[in-house]
Design a protein around this ligand. Structure first.
Ligand code: AMP
Length: 429
């Protein structure tokens, strides 16, 4: 299938070809036609599968065809859980709409609102936003959502979980009840699906089923290591492996800061990115990491959602996530759009439960490799460590996954993929 056959306009085809895309990805092939028909869509697509273009291209098409209003009210609203993801989606929209007369902008918290308000006053067709700042501006009477025709919840499972649900409900109240709703996420739990069905009207369900993974994918490895030796090991991996770009995940903000300091002391160019950092520092760290001036970016799960860092070769879980789905999102930062990547988890005995939960969810036994001199004490306690980041512990056990003997992950739909992945998420956080 080609982009031509999806019914997109010449202006969009020109922008797509300028981006270098030749074939629509599976999620694009499946999602674009029903969106163009004006239907509500519930789409499950792994991160890195091209889902952003899957909803932005048809939105641009719809808005450009129907475009007739001189005073531009906001006609499409795209909500995301993180500022970085919002900025990234806007960057994509700008590229895809280069040859269209449509205006778009992004608003999020942590920065001065005035430039955002000025932009909004000039008239905007497509608004990408994080919920907090949107509600803030709405409360100040600086934004009107009365003419929104299309609503997108990206990372919808996150947007409808307890952290954001109330905000989303408040936003839904000020939107016209007649509108098109598009919900995109890698995974939907039963509970979230129920909530989603309350928003959607006769939705088309779209799923990009992963195919068998053979070459272009993520190689996953687990290195058992004594907890107190993790810092030493990661520094050794980076320096001896001469790694140039590595994204490292910790469970806590303090852990991210501490590890960053140790890396810097060891001569590694590193920065931390997490919720306690100001927006300026977050943007600078991400930009430095993308342009190669930083070797290591140490992040909490804030950076795990949706970020697109092309050709990122290494992701390291310095600590395993206590929420197994976060593992999928974390390692999905590498191996994107057909490239290969390596995801290494430093695993200490107190994380045994987390490792088992992850293996159940992804349906793989992750390959273990011992590194001489770093092995944990075989008698070390396997008692689970304290849960981090203020999230509630899951109280339901994920469904037993299908077993799969391959050690590769499946988050890449531009290359070959492995069969299905268990998408059943925990029902409670
Ligand atoms: P996303 O899942 O939206 O974050 O996209 C992942 C990456 O795939 C981004 O770098 C996109 O620019 C790229 N991409 C999206 N659609 C296509 C396509 N049809 N062909 C090649 N690359 C694409």
């Amino acid at each position: 299938m080609s982009f031509n056959s999806l019914g997109l306009s010449d202006a969009l085809l020109k922008a797509i070809s300028k981006k270098g895309y030749t074939t629509p990805s599976p999620i694009q092939q499946k999602a674009i036609p029903p969106i163009l028909e004006g239907k509500d869509v519930l789409a499950s697509a792994q991160t890195g599968t091209g889902k952003t273009a899957g909803f932005t291209l048809p939105i641009l098409q719809i808005l450009s065809v129907g475009q007739h209003l001189s005073r531009r009210p906001i006609r499409a609203l795209i909500l995301t859980p993180t500022r970085e993801l919002a900025a990234q989606i806007l960057a994509n929209i700008k590229e895809y709409s280069e040859f269209l007369d449509l205006r778009s902008t992004v608003i999020f918290g942590g920065v001065n609102q005035n430039p955002q308000v000025t932009q909004l006053r000039q008239g905007i067709d497509i608004l990408v936003a994080t919920p907090g700042r949107l509600i803030d501006l709405q409360n100040q009477g600086l934004i009107s959502l009365a003419k929104v025709e299309i609503l997108v919840l990206d990372e919808a499972d996150r947007m409808l979980d307890m952290g954001f649900l109330r905000d989303i409900e408040r936003i839904l109240k000020v939107l016209p009840s007649k509108r098109q709703n598009l919900l995109f996420s890698a995974t939907f739990s039963k509970d979230i699906k129920k909530l989603a069905m309350g928003i959607l009207h006769n939705p088309v369900h779209v799923e990009a089923t992963p195919e068998n993974t053979t070459v272009d994918a993520i190689i996953q490895k687990v290195y058992p290591v004594a907890k107190e030796k993790k810092t030493e090991l990661i520094i050794k991996l980076i320096t001896e492996g001469n790694w140039k770009q590595i994204l490292v995940f910790t469970r806590t903000k303090q852990g991210a800061n501490k590890l960053t300091e140790s890396m810097i002391s060891a001569g590694i160019k590193a920065a931390a990115i997490h919720g306690n950092k100001g927006q300026g520092a977050r943007t600078k760290a991400l930009a430095g990491f993308k342009d190669g001036s930083l070797t290591a970016l140490v992040a909490t799960d804030i950076a795990a959602r949706g970020l697109d860092i092309p050709l990122l070769p290494h992701v390291v879980n310095f600590e395993l996530p206590n929420i197994p789905e976060d593992y999928v999102h974390r390692i999905g930062r590498t191996g994107r759009a057909g490239a290969s990547g390596e995801a290494i988890s430093l695993f200490s005995p107190d994380e045994t439960v987390f490792l088992h939960d992850i293996e159940k969810l992804v349906g793989l036994k992750l390959p273990i490799e011992n590194i001489k001199g770093f092995e944990p004490d075989p008698n070390a306690s396997k008692e689970p460590i304290k849960q981090g980041q203020g999230r509630q512990q899951r109280n339901s056990t994920p469904k037993k996954p299908k077993t799969d003997t391959t050690n590769r992950s499946s988050n890449n739909s531009f290359g070959p993929r492995r069969p299905s992945q268990n998408n059943d998420r925990r029902s409670n956080r």
